[in-house]
Design a binder for this molecule. Structure first.
Ligand code: HEM
Length: 194
């Protein structure tokens, strides 16, 4: 029911970037601005996607699950824009040069891991794939998002050189969301043993 709202909210940062481009508001360093804007929105949507299930548990609003795939796919969309900006502007689509960066610079390594792990999740996000894989295997594969989230926070943390306040906030957010899931799983297992 709220899908159009989710579409608008998720597309707004992209629209803002286009608007800034047309109104000459991409700062003195447009590439940095585009990379940072798409990077932070990738992270925000990863966190938003991770928050959906705990929010559903806490509120009992089961219909929230209907928005998880959309939010996840938008995270991937911004991740693609972010990576493509880097690959094109920093490396002119030269794979070898880009790979050198991935291998040599730890923050790029972490970002690359985070992004690459999102690819199988995006590919298998359709109902056809859930059917083909079976719920159990599909759920297991989609746990990769936890590694993506942790690698993304590490990427952000290593990237900012002076003030790590925001990466730490995101790190605490991700830790709280993953910790809550782990705690609930253990509690449920214990309850089923009794
Ligand atoms: C899930 C994947 C990723 C996420 C969530 C992510 C997130 C971020 C964030 C939050 C920032 C900093 C934004 C800011 O300071 O305001 C950033 C910067 C950056 N990211 Fe990523 N990133 C990801 C993947 C990648 C990949 C795959 C690459 C390249 C291989 C990459 C390259 C960069 C670069 C070069 C910057 C610095 C831009 C600059 O200062 O000019 N990122 N990213």
């Amino acid at each position: 029911m709220f899908k159009p709202v989710v579409w608008i909210l998720c597309l707004a940062p992209f629209a803002l970037l286009i608007y800034d481009g047309f109104t000459d508001n991409l700062t003195a360093n447009p590439i940095e601005k585009i990379t940072n804007h798409t990077g932070i929105w990738t992270l925000r949507l990863i966190v938003a996607g991770l928050a959906i299930t705990p929010l559903r548990w806490l509120t009992g609003l089961n219909q929230l699950v209907n928005y998880r795939r959309l939010v996840g796919l938008f995270a991937f969309f911004y991740g693609c824009l972010h990576f493509t900006t880097f690959f094109f502007f920093d490396h002119q689509f030269d794979f070898a040069g880009m790979w050198q960066d991935v291998v040599k610079r730890p923050y790029i390594t972490a970002g690359f891991v985070a992004f690459v792990l999102m690819i199988p999740l995006a590919v298998t996000s359709t109902t056809g794939w859930i059917r083909r894989m079976g719920g159990k295997k599909w759920n297991l594969l989609h746990k990769l998002i936890y590694i993506t989230a942790l690698a993304a926070v590490l990427h952000y943390f290593w990237k900012v050189k002076l003030d790590a306040t925001y990466p730490v906030y995101y790190g605490l957010g991700v830790a709280a969301l993953l910790g809550f899931r782990a705690w609930r799983n253990v509690a449920r297992k214990k309850a089923s043993e009794v």
